[in-house]
Design a protein around this ligand. Structure first.
Ligand code: AMP
Length: 282
């Protein structure tokens, strides 16, 4: 496994791989790997010749009062884990390499960014699309792999790729969970034992929404209310949003008729966690 820190070297290596006929799968990450990240690498290995992973905590997708500085980082352990998954190439640039003096370009997807996390984290998705577009130009992948845990991110990236005619296949991978159902996240490392117990309410509330839907409940307000009450019964929780929306447009629904996305962002202590599930009336 090779580790590259500069854009020019990375572009040259990836260009040569493409010219030699290899298919490149790319997994963009912010590092501090857990099994969810490793699952994306495993899928990449399965569907391509070369797996490229980037590790970059991207400052432009964090708000001014968010956790950019304290975001967990462990390059040494990440490289060992990536090597364990037979990753071929890791791109780990500095902030200055990605955004040198004079940098001034942004990519913005208009509508699907105006819901869910886009409301509570203004500018977040502009940071995501911009860095992902840059990383695509650097790693030159045929395929890029993202987690469904960040459903909105996946939706936004698919939109960008379609709108800008990027010749890249986007693959979504189901959320990898701890045995007790907690969605794996680098931010889970912030949780103490009590908060960790309360964090289970996210996935359990998704179970609840699915049960209600299967029992015939069709009113979004009622399902939403039940989820909120359930989560708030757990200590240290504060709801950022609970939204039941169209999985593609992310527009709010009032009545369940077909597939719907139940998406949550909940603060547990100081840690903001997200989770989601697509539910479907029988
Ligand atoms: P991050 O390092 O948090 O930016 O995540 C990098 C990629 O891993 C994104 O595509 C995430 O959606 C994906 N990811 C994060 N957590 C999980 C998980 N629990 N299961 C599957 N994919 C995940």
């Amino acid at each position: 496994m090779e580790v590259v820190n500069t854009i020019t070297v990375m572009q040259e290596k990836c260009e040569n791989l493409r010219l030699s006929g290899k298919r490149i799968a790319f997994v963009p990450t912010m590092g501090f790997f857990h099994e969810g990240h490793l699952e994306l690498m495993r899928v990449g290995r399965e569907i391509s010749d070369i797996v490229v992973v980037s590790i970059f905590v991207n400052p432009t997708q964090f708000g001014p009062h968010e956790d950019f500085e304290s975001y967990p980082r462990d390059m040494e352990s990440d490289l060992a884990k990536a090597e364990g998954r037979n990753v071929d190439l890791v791109f780990a640039p500095s902030v200055n390499e990605m955004y040198p003096n004079g940098y001034q370009t942004k990519i913005m997807v208009e509508k699907v960014t105006k819901h869910l996390c886009g409301l509570s984290r203004p500018g977040h998705f502009d940071g995501v699309t911009t860095v992902v577009a840059k990383l695509f130009n650097i790693a030159k992948p045929h395929i890029a792999i993202f987690g469904e845990k960040d459903h909105q991110q996946l939706t936004v990236i698919r939109r960008m790729v379609k709108d800008l005619d990027m010749d890249i296949r986007i693959v979504g991978v189901p959320t990898f969970r701890e045995p007790d159902g907690l969605a794996m996240s680098s931010r889970n490392s912030y949780l103490n034992a009590d908060e960790r117990a309360s964090a289970l309410s996210l996935n359990k509330s998704l179970d609840l929404s699915e049960d209600l839907c299967h029992q015939g409940e069709r009113e979004v307000l009622k399902i939403r209310g039940a989820i909120e009450a359930f989560i708030l019964r757990h200590p240290h929780t504060a709801v950022d949003y609970i939204t039941i929306c169209d999985p593609h447009t992310l527009e709010d629904l009032e009545i369940l008729k077909k597939e719907a996305l139940v998406a949550l962002a909940v603060k547990v202590g100081k840690t903001r966690l997200i989770d989601n599930r697509v539910i479907k009336p029988a």
